[in-house]
Design a protein around this ligand. Structure first.
Ligand code: FAD
Length: 322
């Protein structure tokens, strides 16, 4: 059993990402009695964020502040987090299986000469040993893994592990660690973000995703309207991205984003295995397709056989009435 678990926290534009709190909850599942230490890297003051991590279950937080940590770089963050790991000698490390987590954790595992269980969606614990369940073969099967020796190092898929209750009365130490993050081969001079529309796709509770059946970029407009009514985000199949109906940043699937919203509405998507790899763990799936044989209906909880250009406006109008 691990006695001290580090949680590598992630923030975007100064806001902690939800997956950070999920990682704290995951650490508790791995070992309810372990000390949980958050690690926060950045270039600004991080006291408020550190407190948030404590409210969600961490016992204390170590911050590493340096100008070279303003934006994520593999080298910079590896240096900073490695310095904390060397100080703390944790028995385990937990991080979100996000773009940053996927880049950083294998580097750290290689440096630490330890194994890594990536993309766990469930953690079971009978009080004796943590069992990590993760999807394989593009989500067609699940495997169970246990750590037989060495450090417990795991990344967790966002939106799968329920958060612990937030408790604003919790307190814990926040300590600043000085790390000289230098000699970087990569220096980020500027970040130009694409203007994003509304809710972040990877953390959305509701996703309306369009496929090639949407037929054009204008065809996506009703999907944005529906997503708006539901307070959700718009995603897409690769078919729709390849056809230039929308940007690749919306792509969901094996080579796109992996999402697990409460509600996934697949609109004019056939349900290729590579698409299912990114969304089949959604809690409720609704498929709208004119082909009753479309594979998407095999994973859908609710199916509507019909023309999306008729169904979507009606659905949106009905929901506006609610
Ligand atoms: P199609 O398969 O063409 O399906 C369109 C659907 O729309 C059809 O089912 C049709 O019945 C329906 N339709 C058409 N008109 C209407 C209408 N008016 N009303 C209702 N329904 C209608 N794909 C991904 O999505 N994500 C990935 O990450 C991904 N990675 C890949 C990686 C590799 C290595 C490979 C080889 C492929 C990958 N693909 C991925 C592509 C994948 O195999 C499919 O080609 C793709 O998902 C198909 O997109 P689609 O369902 O939008 O299009």
């Amino acid at each position: 059993m691990s006695d001290k678990l580090l949680v590598i926290c992630e923030a975007r534009d100064g806001e902690l990402r939800n997956v950070t709190f999920e990682a704290v909850a995951a650490a508790k599942k791995i070992n309810a009695g372990a000390e949980i230490v958050g690690v926060l890297c950045g270039s600004d003051e991080m006291n408020e964020q550190a407190q948030e991590v404590i409210y969600y279950g961490a016992d204390r937080v170590v911050t590493v502040k340096h100008d070279n940590l303003a934006t994520y770089t593999s080298e910079g963050y590896s240096q900073a987090v490695m310095a904390v790991i060397e100080d703390e000698s944790p028995d385990g490390i937990v991080m979100g299986h996000t773009a940053i987590g996927k880049d950083l954790t294998p580097r750290l595992a290689a440096r630490l000469d330890t194994g890594l269980i990536s993309d766990a969606t469930t953690i079971e614990n009978d009080g004796d040993q943590a069992v990590f369940i993760r999807p394989i073969y593009s989500g067609k099967a699940f495997e169970k893994k246990v750590i037989s020796s060495g450090m417990t190092f795991v990344t967790i898929r966002p939106n799968n592990i329920p958060l612990l209750d937030r408790d604003d009365t919790r307190s814990g130490d926040v300590t600043a660690k000085q790390v000289d993050v230098t000699d970087l081969n990569t220096v980020i001079k500027d970040v130009i973000r694409k203007a994003s529309e509304g809710v972040d796709l990877s953390e959305a509770n509701v996703i309306v995703a369009g496929g090639r059946g949407v037929k054009s970029s204008e065809g996506f407009d009703p999907l944005y309207e529906l997503a708006d009514v539901l307070g959700g985000a718009v995603g897409a199949s690769r078919g729709a991205c390849d056809a230039e109906y929308c940007d690749y940043s919306l792509q969901i699937g094996q080579t796109g984003k992996v999402v697990t919203p409460d509600l996934y509405i697949a609109v004019g998507i056939s349900g290729a295995i590579q698409h299912l790899a990114g969304m089949s763990n959604s809690k409720v799936i609704v498929a709208i397709n004119k082909d009753p044989e479309a594979n998407i209906f095999n994973v859908a909880d609710y199916g509507i056989v019909g023309d999306i250009f008729e169904v979507i406006p009606k659905l949106t109008a009905e929901l506006k009435e609610v």
